[in-house]
Design a protein around this ligand. Structure first.
Ligand SMILES: Cc1cc2nc3c(=O)[nH]c(=O)nc-3n(C[C@H](O)[C@H](O)[C@H](O)COP(=O)(O)O)c2cc1C
Length: 160
């Protein structure tokens, strides 16, 4: 089985997760949606990953899915998001991925997220600063990548 991991990342977390996932699969390649649209014809499994901001999937991922809906229906699919709030991932998938693709997916999950102020610009810098201050106030850890979720996702893909 040949896998293509297609991802769209704003500050690098989704890309880093795509690489971590690829390392766990036998025959996987990577494609950054910001460099155009991939040719998926030679792949059996298509994984699509995108980051979440204000509840929305990265626009390059959303646009790619919309444009290639029929082609994607003919593939084995899996989806992941990078999001600070992992508990809302079900909601994020429902709002951003057409049900006809989501229901046939092998798996879908959030791999967690990162909030690195140094990678943000403008308003995003302020939003991340506030979110980190809130975490500190509540005594909760800031969001991070969750390797165990990537492992679990990879194991599911390996069963296909
Ligand atoms: C402006 C902004 C808005 C965000 N909105 C959400 C959100 O609505 N829900 C969530 O779970 N995470 C949210 N996040 C966290 C991102 O999903 C997280 O930083 C993720 O790791 C970004 O991935 P990327 O580096 O691949 O772009 C937000 C982050 C920023 C900077």
């Amino acid at each position: 089985m040949k896998t293509l991991i297609i991802y769209a990342s704003k500050t690098g977390t989704t890309e880093s997760c795509a690489k971590k996932l690829a390392l766990q699969l036998r025959n996987a390649e990577l494609f950054d949606l910001q460099s155009g649209d991939p040719d998926i014809s030679e792949y059996d499994i298509i994984v699509i990953g995108g980051s979440i901001r204000a509840g929305m999937l990265h626009k390059a991922a959303k646009k790619y899915i919309k444009k290639n809906l029929e082609l994607l229906k003919s593939k084995k699919l899996a989806f992941y998001v990078c999001s600070a709030d992992t508990e809302r991932s079900g909601e994020y998938f429902k709002a951003n991925i057409p049900a006809e693709l989501l229901t046939k997916a092998i798996c879908s999950d959030s791999f967690g997220g990162e909030m690195d102020i140094s990678k943000q610009k403008g308003l995003s810098k302020l939003i991340v600063k506030k979110a980190l201050e809130e975490s500190l106030k509540k005594g909760v850890q800031p969001p991070c990548i969750l390797p165990e979720r990537i492992n679990c996702f990879a194991e599911k893909l390996k069963t296909i």
